[in-house]
Write a protein that binds this ligand. Structure first.
Ligand code: ADP
Ligand code: MG
Length: 614
């Protein structure tokens, strides 16, 4: 292959522009991204070598080397991982192949700061090298190819890049950054070690740097650091989740989270446990503080990475958690699964089923814990004070953590939530971001339906804050009240102004206001809570049971008699539009309202389906 000049895909050019303009405040992440690519490349080699051990050639020790040359102003990140063929270099370094990219690009606006946040969340990956470099050279040879089949890729980060074939003995990839003058601070061993410590300690392969020593100046020249030719490992090089919990600081947990999630904010809570029983695995699961931009995209990637005995197997292994917990990020490391497990196999594996159940329960208990600590603002109604102690309980040693027999008797206080002094607002934050997704669990996870129902919160006719649980509601029910009443609507004010609420308001009965799009669907799966039926106030004839005034009832019946001719005429006039017309006690001020049949689709759902073109 002779030298070729190729253009970047349009999106890449756009992204590069943003990278160089928007990411000024957080420059150092370029090193995290490039080291993480080097580490991915080593993971890939290790994975392919399971079936093709010859790929290791004569170098089975995988590593990353970071070096710099002050005089030449270059910083090099070199790995001996899988490497790139010429075609792979063209495909992977000239386009953005990742799914969801279009989505992401469409979210970018004119505000650099907001863009920077989004980019942080998305992870610009390789292109982040251009934050500090005005030119990048990549030299690589793919494992298994002859040394004549190397590739050199060069770009100045504008519209195009060059590729040519080169001779390269070393397997793997060297990314050479030609550092801009205003980023010269990165040509410094101390600075680089500091960044590596911050972002890459947990990377499970060694990151090496050449040792330096102080050299006195001669002939009146000032002294300086000089290379010794000896390399040392500068990261801890052990998978974070495999270390004992008590050796890991909150900052390290949070940093690891940011690394795997590309989130810029610290997580709300996490749980780190080794589970032993019929299947053995380690789980490190995080609850993010902010929803990713593609949370409601059904094809969005799930956030749990699967490892088998510390060997990376796959990202977003959706079999490990149900879809309604897709906001959870983290790592599951199984001791039992085969290394060559495929996605198809995962779906059928009994071990995976056990992991999925165990992890689901763990996430739910983390949420219950946050919910317990949520400080509820006592409102006018009595009997509603529930303040968590916020006290930390000592964490047991992780090696003792066992969920024996898969009963999932979860260990208390394994979770970060317990370690923070003030958790009082976390559940509300969680709920505002992810409550809608959690509700999907009512329809998706019958086994845990009750636990999920307990975690739900709604606004009601007594409070606008979305913080009323079914249990709160029940504790405030009127004497003789036999159902939990709710109404679904497009928004809070539509719900509150609904004529269907009139009689409830008059009688001082609280009604839950459900304004989330998913409520209608989710509530189909929940007919009762703790023995009390749920009843929509917009469905069927409202039976207020013992709350119904006998006199009122009689009056209505009499009125119905008297209005019979009118009702008959109305029915006739509306015969294609309404199934029935009747006298009601549910209205106080309004002359009429629409209701649906007890088992019918609600007006809200009907509207939704219509919008969706059904
Ligand atoms: P991501 O890592 O999320 O896939 P990046 O932009 O970081 O996205 O990298 C793009 C692609 O370039 C990678 O998926 C990989 O195919 C290739 N790549 C980058 N760095 C390396 C490397 N050190 N070794 C081999 N391939 C690499
Ligand atoms: Mg990457």
């Amino acid at each position: 292959m002779s030298k070729q000049t190729l253009s970047f895909q349009a999106e890449v050019a756009q992204l590069l522009h943003l990278v160089t303009h928007a990411l000024y405040s957080n420059q150092e992440i370029f090193l995290r991204e490039l080291i993480s690519n080097a580490s991915d490349a080593c993971d890939k080699l290790r994975f392919e070598a399971i079936n093709h051990p010859s790929l290791y050639e004569d170098k089975p020790n995988l590593e990353v080397r970071v070096s710099f040359d002050k005089a030449a102003k270059t910083l090099t990140i070199a790995d001996n991982g899988i490497g790139l063929s010429q075609q792979e270099a063209i495909d992977n370094l000239g386009t953005i192949a990742k799914s969801g990219t279009k989505d992401f690009m469409s979210k970018l606006g004119a505000d650099d700061k907001a863009n920077a946040q989004l980019i942080g969340q998305f992870g610009v990956g390789f292109y982040s090298g251009f934050i500090v470099a005005d030119r990048i050279t990549v030299e690589s040879r793919r494992a298994g190819l002859p040394s004549t089949e190397g590739v050199r890729w060069v770009s100045g980060g504008a519209g195009d890049f060059e590729v040519e074939q080169i001779e390269r003995a070393a397997r793997g990839t060297s990314v050479i950054l030609h550092v801009r003058d205003d980023a010269a601070e990165y040509l410094n061993a101390w600075k680089l070690k500091q960044i590596i410590g911050k972002y890459s300690d947990h990377i499970s392969l060694p990151i090496l740097m050449e040792k330096e020593e102080w050299k006195e100046g001669e002939n009146d020249q000032p002294g300086d650091m000089a290379k010794t030719g000896e390399w040392e490992t500068v990261n801890k090089a052990s998978a974070l989740w495999a270390r004992p919990r008590k050796e890991i600081t909150d900052e390290q947990y949070a940093e690891f989270y940011k690394q795997i999630s590309h989130d810029t904010e610290a997580p709300l809570a996490w749980a780190h446990n080794r589970v032993e029983g019929s299947t053995e695995y380690t789980q490190l699961l995080y609850i993010p503080a902010k929803a990713p931009f593609d949370l409601y995209n059904r094809d969005a990637k799930a956030g749990v990475k699967l490892y088998v005995k510390r060997v990376f197997i796959m990202d977003d292994a959706e079999a490990l958690l149900p879809s309604y917990l897709r906001f959870v990020r983290g790592v599951i490391d199984s001791a039992d699964l085969p290394l060559n497990v495929s996605r198809e196999l995962l779906q059928e594996s009994r071990d995976v089923r056990a992991i999925r159940e165990g992890s689901t329960k763990r996430v739910l208990s983390m949420l219950e814990d946050l919910a317990k600590k949520q400080k509820t603002v006592p409102d006018s109604s009595e009997g509603k004070i529930d303040v968590g102690s916020g006290e930390a309980t000592p964490a047991p040693d992780p090696t003792e953590v066992t969920d024996v027999e898969d009963k999932n008797t979860v260990q208390p206080a394994a979770d970060a939530a317990a370690q923070f002094a003030d958790d009082s607002g976390k559940y509300a934050r969680f709920y505002a971001e992810f409550g809608g997704v959690l509700k999907e669990g009512l329809g998706e996870d019958f086994g845990n339906r009750e636990r999920i129902a307990k975690l739900l919160r709604f606004a009601s006719t007594s409070t606008d804050a979305v913080d009323v649980s079914f249990a709160d509601y029940k504790s405030r029910m009127k004497e003789g009240q036999e159902a939990i009443y709710y109404i679904t609507a497009d928004g809070l004010s539509a719900a509150k102004n609904s004529p269907q609420l009139e009689v409830f308001r008059k009688k001082g009965i609280e009604v839950l206001l459900m304004t989330d799009r998913v409520d209608e669907w989710a509530l189909n799966y929940l007919t009762e809570f703790d023995g009390t039926p749920l009843q929509s106030v917009a469905k069927g004839a409202v039976d207020l049971g013992k709350l119904q005034d006998e006199a009122e009832k009689k009056a209505a019946e009499e009125a119905a008699e008297g209005f019979k001719p009118l009702l008959a005429r109305l029915k006739d006039a509306l015969k294609d539009k309404a199934e029935d017309v009747r006298v009601t006690t549910r209205l106080v001020d309004s002359p009429a309202c629409l209701v649906v049949d007890e088992h019918g689709m609600s007006t809200q759902l009907a509207r939704l389906l219509k919008q969706a073109g059904q």
